[in-house]
Every structure is written in structure tokens, then in C-alpha cells.
Design a protein around this ligand. Structure first.
Ligand code: GL7
Length: 827
């Protein structure tokens, strides 16, 4: 076919997609929703459009499952307590290639696709980077036609909705399913039962073998809800299976019949509590019984589901299990899967210990996502004994055998044993889930080069000595389908025109843009797109905050969870310093800048909430101060979430990635922003280092202490007071926080930030990095004023992000860990 014929065919296909889609939307409006074109509001149109899409999605799902079954494929099972999916309509339309057809069909019906997409609540079943990474990975797995299942929890309430009242964060429940979710399918045929509590009985079998029988104190039901995961191109549709807890009714029925309505009801409530809410902690341990029960609940359901599927094909023959099944543990949250699989194999399938352990250690692989000590999960042995008595016994047995191995390697060295033991002795015996994960897995990976190096050197050095090939790196990635193609249509179209349309599948193709980096016309087009996106964000800021911002200003964006190590307060102190410079010198020369924040704080993290409050108070003052003459604006957008990120990222000029070196394992927002042409101001931390390697040091603003320097300063003894007294600007802004300038009538309302930086030793080296940060910001200011230079840098950033597609991460996992083969599904 020549180009003309191809174009004509595409047009006629487009026409027929459009008319097919239009009739399905109307059919669903009539037959699924029972309403009419004249009556339908945006919500009804959204639901009908989703239903029209879901018809096609389910057909893909059915074909994929059949193909995988017939081919008896090896599959990866991604176990994660979080999947931060966001909205699915736009993504599914894009991945099926039906976006334009749907938009046109709706237009003919008098409806704007962009408007109805706003009706979709985010699926916020995750906290931040870790949960969003899981979502990007399942997108890539489906796109790359790899057999995969995501397993997680069907939380009734995802991450809280954030409201800002008088500057402070208020948490409200998130109710993503209040009006039904059009994508999920309940699968009662695959319900599982999960045991909890009770005691273990030791018995002697006929052959004299000791047998253990767990008599649970309670049993709950796990009901699977499936969310189809559509790959780009729409061929493979994998599934995300989320477990909802329900009462099993077993213990309940007799109680109920005996007139114990209240007791019976209490048991229902207890069972349903398990999947009620997502823990809102980010990077901190949630030391709660319920959290452990949540983890065990979804792991047990998922393992049984995997085994059921395996047995359907292979019966009781376990010999092929490790050929068919690999399980990736997303952090230690699902680590309880290791003793659970041992329990199933030893107690239920009657395999001997060594054989069972041989299977286990060929099935599990573990990803570590953080070095922060407070985030490394440990459970009191006492708690495990109460909730999962048999699992604690199994953990002791695993540890006992492992200690013998340690003794072989380091004979008589008790300090090695203390360090490596799964059990931490102390006033309270604790079970270290990280150690359990390393011991029970065949591979352990960190999420960026530097992070993986630190995992080897600082976190698990002895494990690395014991098993030199076990620890490895897989640098994180992001899906370019959502994070460029779908969220930034004007830039995507511009790129399509320059280098063709294949880049979403092969992101290295973006390097084709490099030859236009100095082309004045292209630079202009690129920056015009940015301007257009900035206008949309400016409208959003006006609508939500009633703040006017100038799209000619630099849009400087910091979006991520609120945490001291991410140092939003460093950004804040610098904003205050700029404000002060303007007040002292009305002609202070700077390009206008809008500092934009989005961040949720864990509800129990006092200082993080104080920083949100401080940002909002400083913002109020600056935005209303006529002396600033619009040189400076500060906007804190409430309720940061995936769908808001999709609006902020395309509109950003500057990406703030300013964590203390050594603390941010990778970061993934850094990749999304750079992909959309924002320039990074950042430390040599996490994936920033690899971004700098890709774009080159001239196209990024790196500042501050590196990992080794932070370490040295710590060793030498860091005294933040030195910086406070030596640098008058630092002193002035910190002292300012103590006055009532930003909180009229309430002096001291912002003092906790100053205290954390001086009285509590500035654990994240904010003051040590302040001057370097302020200097780097001046370089940003200068660079932006040179329009051509900035455009060139921004284009290079987009062009060099190929490495950070999650397809590359998945390919690394496939080659280094999972050993999977793609399986083509016919469309
Ligand atoms: C995190 C890391 O903090 C973050 O740097 C990383 O990009 C992400 C995905 O690997 O994982 N670890 C963690 O516990 N959370 C993260 O976001 C919550």
C-alpha cells in the first residue's frame, strides 16, 4: 500500500471506529444506565463511555487469558500492597488507539471527552512512588506482551483526600467507589479463605513424622475484584487482582441463630475492616496489627490463587512450579508470603522442608525501595505469635537453618549472627522482614544505581558477602504512555510530526529530537506547547486557589509526598530569602517565578503538616504583598494525586528534586518532569544521578553535598548553628519564622521548622545545602532569561529520557530476574 492508500484506509477505519463507538455509548446510556441523551449529565456520559470501552477491554482480557492458558506460560506475579492507578478512561482509550474516535463520537453527541474524563475518581490505592511504580510496571508488562498478574488489596478507601483549611491539611476519606467503578469485575468463583489467630497443635504422623496443625481462631473470605490492564496497542490485556475482605460467616452463623445479632455483626465488621483503608504512611513503618493482617490477607489469597491455577494445569506435581511461577515482592510489605508458601508446601502438601525451601527460594524476588531505618519493617514476635502462630514457628525454623549457614561461613562469629539473624533480640523480640526477604528470595534489587550500591555497602553488606550474585540493580522507570502521550497531547503531536509515532513503544527514539535542539522553529514550537500547558495550569490555579499567575513566569514545581528528607522546607526557606531580597531591594533583579507545590503529609507526621502550613502562610503573605510586584508567587495545590500530576507535569519549567543525598532511593517524578521538558534542580541522589548522566551536566542544575560528603559531615559532626551564625540570610529567614509576620497575631506558629533545623540538629542537612541551593537557583534564573538556551536544554531533556521508560526497567527484570518470554495475543 502506498502512503495515500494507507491514509485513506486509516481514515475509513477511523470513521467506522467512531460510528461503532458512538452506537455503543448510546446503547450503554440506554441499556446499562437507563437514561437518555437529553437527560444524561457528564457523570452518565462518562459511565456510558467507560462501558463502551470496557466491552472492548473485556474481549481483550478473555483472549489474553485463553492464550496464556493454552500456552501454559510462565508468569510474573507482582505482589504489592499498593497500586496507584489514577484514572483509567483516557489511558485505556489511548492504549486501544481509540482516543480520537471516542472524542469525535462524543463531540457529535454534544459532549466533550475532556470534560467527562474529569468525572472519574482517581484509583488512589497507593501512597506515592512505590505504588505508582507498580502501576507503571503493569502497564509495561501488558504492553510488552508479558504474562503477568498484579496482586493487591481492594481498599474501600484509598489515600485520604486532602483539604487545606486556613493553611492546614485536613484529611477526608477517599471514596473512589461511591458511585460504582466501571472497570472492576467481581470474581466470586475465585474466592479464597484466610485463617488468622488460634494455636498450633503438634501431632505425630504414622511414619513418626512431626506434623503441625494450625487451628485458626478466625477465618475471613477474600473476594477478588479484577481490573483489566490494557497494553499499548490493545493486544495483551492482563489483570490486576485486588482482594476485598468479607466475613466468612462460618463462626458467625451459629452465633446469629442463637440470637447473638450484635456479636455476629461485630464479626462481620471486623472481617471487613481488613480491606477498609490504605495506611497513609509513606516511608515509615506502620506498626499496627491491622497492617500485618492486611499484608497476610492479600498474600495468602494471592498464593492460593496462584496454586489453584497451577494445579489446574499440573495437578499435584510440584516439579514444574518454579518454571511457571515467579513472584516479585514490592518492598517487604508482602514478605509474609515466604513463610506462607512454606506452610502450604510443608503442612498442606506434605513436602519435606528442604524440597519446600528449594521451591520457595526459586520463586521469590524482592525489591528494596528505601534505606530509611524507620521504613524497614519489623514486627514484634509476640504479635506474629498471636496473629500467625504457625508462621512464627516457620520463621524460627528458617532462621535456625540460616544461622547454621552463617556459622559455616564465619565459624564462631556471634556478632555476624546477631547482625544477620531474622530475629532482633532486645527488650522486645522483633522479626526483621527485610532479612526474611533477602534470605527467602533468589534476587534482591535496589531501584537506582546509587541506591543499589548503598543497599550492598550499607544495608546488607554481609548478605552481599554471603551471596555475591543475589543483590542487583534495576533502575526505576515510568510509562511514557501515561506520562507523555496521554497527559501531554500537544507535545506528543509535535514529537510525532518530527520523529514519527513509534516513540511510546521505543522511547530511545526521542533522541531523534536532538537534531532539532538548535533549530529555532522547533524551539519555538516546543516552548509554545509549554506555554499552552502553563496556561491550563494557570487556569487550574485560578479556579482552585483564586491566585493569578503569569504564564511568562518560571513555573517551578515540587510535587511529591511531604517529608523532611525531600526537603520542601529547603525550597520554602529559599522562597523566603527571595522575598526578603525583594523587600530589601525593590529593584532586585529576578525573572518572575511561580513556586508550585503539591504534597500530602502522613496524618500523624506533625512536622510534615507544619511545613504544609508554613508554605501556605508564606504563600498568603507573598501573593498579597504589592511590593513583590508579581515577581514571586507561591501556590500550594491541594489534594495532589495522579490526575493532578498529569496537569502539573506538562506545565513545569523547573523540577525540584532536592532530597538529602543518600535518602531518595530513586524518585520517579524526576523522570516524568524531565520527559515533559522541565529542567531539574537537584542533588546527586537517587535517579537524579542517572538523569544527569543522560542529559549531561550542562542541562541540569546539580548542587549540594553528595552521598560521601553527607557521610563525612555526619562523621565529623554536623552543627547547623555554624551555618546559622555564619550566613546572615539563613539567620534572617529562620528568625523570621519565629515572628508573627506570616501568622498575624500568632507568633511562633511556624517555629517548629526552625527548631527542627537548629535544636534538633537538622537531620537532613537543610542548612548545609542552603547556600549551594540558592546559588543554583540563580543559575536557573539566568538560564531562563536566555530563551534559546532554555529551549535547547528543555528539548535535550525530553530527548534523553529514553532510558527511563518502565519498558526498560521491565526488560531488565525479565533478563536479570524473571526469565520470562512474551506471548503474543491475536487481536
Ligand atoms: C520509594 C522511594 O522513596 C522512591 O525514591 C522510589 O522512587 C519509590 C519507587 O521505587 O519507592 N520507597 C518507598 O517506600 N516509597 C517510595 O516512594 C513510599
Amino acid at each position: 500500500m502506498n502512503a495515500k492508500v494507507i491514509k485513506a484506509k486509516a481514515q475509513s477505519d477511523g470513521q467506522s471506529y467512531k460510528s461503532d463507538f458512538k452506537s455503543s455509548i448510546i446503547r450503554h446510556l440506554h441499556c446499562t444506565l437507563g437514561t437518555d441523551e437529553n437527560k444524561a449529565n457528564n457523570h452518565a456520559w462518562w459511565k456510558a463511555t467507560c462501558a463502551a470501552m470496557q466491552e472492548r477491554v473485556l474481549e481483550g482480557l478473555r483472549k489474553t487469558q485463553k492464550t496464556h492458558y493454552l500456552n501454559d506460560t510462565r508468569a510474573v506475579h507482582y505482589f504489592s500492597a499498593e497500586f496507584l492507578m489514577g484514572r483509567l478512561l483516557s489511558n485505556n482509550l489511548q492504549n486501544f488507539g481509540l482516543y480520537d474516535a471516542a472524542a469525535e463520537a462524543l463531540k457529535e453527541l454534544g459532549v466533550e471527552l475532556a470534560d467527562i474524563m474529569e468525572e472519574e475518581p482517581d484509583m488512589a490505592l497507593g501512597n506515592g512512588g512505590l505504588g505508582r511504580l507498580a502501576a507503571c510496571f503493569i502497564d509495561s508488562l501488558a504492553t510488552m506482551e508479558l504474562p503477568a498478574i498484579g496482586y493487591g488489596i481492594h481498599y474501600e478507601h484509598g489515600l485520604f483526600r486532602q483539604e487545606i483549611k486556613s493553611g492546614a491539611q485536613i484529611e477526608r476519606p477517599d471514596s473512589w467507589r461511591d458511585f460504582g467503578n466501571p472497570w472492576e469485575i467481581c470474581r466470586p468463583e475465585s474466592i479464597q479463605e484466610v485463617s488468622l489467630f488460634g494455636y498450633v497443635e503438634t501431632k505425630y504422623g504414622d511414619n513418626g513424622r512431626i506434623q503441625k496443625e494450625w487451628h485458626p481462631g478466625s477465618i475471613v473470605k477474600g473476594v477478588p475484584w479484577d481490573i483489566p490492564v490494557v497494553g499499548y496497542g490493545g493486544k495483551t490485556v492482563n489483570v490486576l487482582r485486588l482482594w476485598k475482605s468479607e466475613s466468612s460467616g462460618y463462626f458467625n452463623w451459629d452465633v446469629f441463630n442463637a440470637g447473638g445479632y450484635v456479636d455476629a455483626q461485630r464479626e462481620n465488621v471486623q472481617a471487613e475492616t481488613i480491606s477498609k483503608v490504605l495506611y497513609p504512611n509513606d516511608e515509615t513503618e506502620a506498626g499496627k496489627e491491622l497492617r500485618l493482617i492486611q499484608q497476610y490477607f492479600f498474600c495468602s489469597c494471592s498464593l492460593k490463587d496462584i496454586i489453584r491455577r497451577y494445579k489446574r494445569a499440573h495437578g499435584d506435581d510440584w516439579s514444574r512450579f518454579t518454571d511457571q511461577v515467579v513472584i516479585q515482592l514490592n518492598d517487604t510489605h508482602p514478605a509474609i508470603s515466604i513463610p506462607e508458601l512454606m506452610r502450604i508446601l510443608v503442612d498442606r502438601a506434605a513436602l519435606d522442608w528442604d524440597k519446600a525451601w528449594g521451591i520457595c527460594t526459586k520463586v521469590f524476588a524482592y525489591t528494596n525501595h528505601t534505606l530509611l531505618p524507620e521504613a524497614l519493617e519489623k514486627w514484634p514476635a509476640r504479635m506474629l505469635e498471636k496473629i500467625l502462630p504457625r508462621h512464627l514457628e516457620i520463621i524460627y525454623e528458617i532462621n535456625h537453618r540460616f544461622m547454621a549457614e552463617v556459622d559455616k561461613k564465619w565459624p564462631g562469629d556471634t556478632s555476624k549472627k546477631t547482625k544477620l539473624s531474622i530475629i532482633e533480640e532486645g527488650s522486645e523480640k522483633m522479626v526483621r522482614m527485610g532479612h526474611l526477604s533477602v534470605i527467602g528470595s533468589f534476587k534482591v534489587n535496589g531501584v537506582a544505581e546509587i541506591h543499589s550500591r548503598l543497599v550492598k555497602q550499607n544495608l546488607f553488606p554481609e548478605f552481599n558477602e554471603l551471596w555475591p550474585d543475589k543483590l542487583t540493580n534495576v533502575t526505576n522507570g515510568i510509562t511514557p504512555r501515561r506520562w507523555l502521550k496521554a497527559c501531554n497531547p500537544p507535545l506528543s503531536r509535535l514529537i510525532d510530526k518530527k520523529i514519527g509515532e513509534n516513540w511510546p513503544l521505543d522511547l530511545k527514539k526521542l533522541e531523534g529530537l536532538l537534531e532539532y535542539a538548535d533549530n529555532k522553529t522547533f524551539q519555538k514550537q516546543f516552548m509554545q506547547v509549554k506555554q499552552q500547558n502553563k496556561q491550563l495550569l494557570a487556569d487550574e490555579i485560578k479556579n482552585t486557589l483564586n491566585i493569578d499567575v503569569d504564564v511568562n513566569a518560571i513555573f517551578d514545581v515540587q510535587i511529591k509526598r511531604m517529608h523532611e528528607y525531600k526537603r520542601q522546607h529547603l525550597n520554602l526557606l529559599h522562597i523566603m530569602a527571595l522575598y526578603r531580597r525583594i523587600l530589601e531591594n525593590p529593584d532586585y533583579d529576578m525573572h518572575p517565578r511561580v513556586f508550585i507545590f503539591g504534597a500530602k503529609a502522613a496524618p500523624g507526621y506533625k512536622l510534615a503538616k507544619d511545613i504544609i502550613f508554613a508554605i501556605n502562610k508564606v504563600a498568603d503573605k507573598i501573593n498579597q504583598d504589592p511590593r513583590v510586584k508579581n515577581k514571586l508567587k507561591v501556590a500550594f495545590l491541594p489534594n495532589y494525586r495522579v490526575s493532578l500530576a498529569e496537569k502539573m507535569i506538562p506545565a513545569s519549567d523547573v523540577s525540584e528534586q532536592i532530597s538529602t543525598a543518600g535518602k531518595e532511593a530513586s524518585g520517579t517524578g524526576n523522570m516524568k518532569l524531565a520527559l515533559n521538558g522541565a529542567l531539574t534542580i537537584g542533588t546527586l541522589d537517587g535517579a537524579n544521578i542517572e538523569i544527569a548522566e543522560e542529559v549531561g551536566e550542562d542541562n541540569i542544575f546539580i548542587f549540594g553535598l553528595n552521598v560521601d560528603e553527607v557521610h563525612e559531615l555526619q562523621e565529623k559532626g554536623y552543627n547547623p548553628h555554624d551555618y546559622y551564625y555564619r550566613d546572615p540570610e539563613i539567620k534572617a529567614v529562620l528568625d523570621w519564622l519565629e515572628t508573627d509576620y506570616f501568622t498575624p497575631g500568632k507568633p511562633g506558629a511556624l517555629v517548629s521548622i526552625k527548631q527542627s533545623l537548629l535544636d534538633y540538629g537538622d537531620p537532613y542537612f537543610v542548612l548545609a545545602d542552603f547556600r549551594a541551593y540558592a546559588d543554583a537557583q540563580e543559575k536557573v534564573d539566568k538560564a531562563y532569561r536566555d530563551k534559546d538556551r532554555w529551549a535547547r536544554m528543555a528539548i535535550i531533556n525530553t530527548a534523553k529520557m529514553g532510558k527511563f521508560t518502565s519498558d526498560r526497567s521491565i526488560q531488565d527484570y525479565v533478563e536479570r530476574i524473571w526469565k520470562l518470554q512474551p506471548c503474543t495475543v491475536d487481536k
